[in-house]
Design a protein around this ligand. Structure first.
Ligand SMILES: Nc1ncnc2c1ncn2[C@@H]1O[C@H](COP(=O)(O)OP(=O)(O)OP(=O)(O)O)[C@@H](O)[C@H]1O
Length: 234
């Protein structure tokens, strides 16, 4: 396992938000963390990467316990994180935004260059001289992901990459994620959108009220009406 989360608890102040969350992900697999608004998806990713939520439990990444490490160190070890809000530099051009994310390659890990990223996200190729702030929301989301890939991560955590995107851009995002996986990248993705999760994921966990209620393959989840109706019906 590339990432193994065991009995992770997360707190905001006195409030316990995550209760014994356990999940894992391998290299080259896409794992979805699915749940309704407020279920604890974002908090789980933040607790894994060491942002905001106070946490307890175990997070083993690439064989090392990272629960006590600061975020920048975990990212440097090769765990990339793309938050829900798009964090681009709006005054920098697309290619300058990519340059900011560049880190040396690591062994046994997919390596990315601006050219391979432009092939992954053709919209960015057309806009490489444009300031990030003048891109559409979907393009900014792509740029955020591409900039993380410039760090040549071993694994990437994406917080709701399909949120607020038009159907056409959602399709492009799904195919980019599948190509990232084909390169051997492991991906953990938070989603409320079951349709999008189905397009990209091998396995899924369902989280509700800060607890993991289900784990299985995407095919098992698709066949399980009861679980879907209990946890995911709107
Ligand atoms: N900074 C914070 N301080 C206090 N409580 C918070 C904070 N951020 C989130 N929460 C609470 O933690 C719970 C889980 O929120 P979280 O953002 O992880 O949910 P989510 O499943 O990612 O949903 P969303 O899709 O809305 O982001 C919610 O009840 C939320 O109100």
């Amino acid at each position: 396992m590339m990432l193994a989360v065991k009995s992770l608890c997360g707190y905001y102040g006195q409030a316990q938000i995550l209760n014994d969350v356990s999940l894992d992900a391998m290299q080259g697999e896409v794992v979805a963390l699915i749940g309704r608004n407020g279920a604890g998806k974002s908090t789980t990713l933040k607790a894994v990467i060491g942002l905001e939520a106070r946490r307890k439990g175990s997070v083993i990444f690439d064989g090392c316990e990272v629960i006590g490490k600061p975020t920048h160190e975990i990212v440097r070890m090769g765990l990339g994180y793309v938050p829900e809000e798009r964090r681009i530099f709006s005054d920098l051009t697309v290619e300058e935004n990519l340059a900011v994310g560049r880190r040396p390659p690591r062994p046994y890990t997919p390596q990315w260059t601006p050219e391979t990223l432009y092939a992954l996200f053709p919209n960015l190729a057309e806009a490489r001289k444009r300031p990030g702030g003048r891109m559409s929301g979907g393009e900014q989301q792509m740029l955020t992901i591409a900039r993380s890939l410039m760090g040549n991560p071993m694994m990437l955590m994406l917080d709701e990459p399909s949120e607020g995107l038009s159907p056409k851009i959602v399709e492009q995002m799904a195919s980019a994620i599948l190509r990232m996986k084909a390169e051997g990248l492991g991906i953990v993705v938070c989603e409320q959108n079951l349709h999008f999760a189905k397009l990209i994921s091998d396995r899924a966990y369902i989280i509700e009220k800060g607890e993991i209620r289900y784990g299985g393959t995407m095919a098992e989840l698709a066949a399980d009406d009861e679980v879907r109706n209990t946890y995911l019906a709107v």
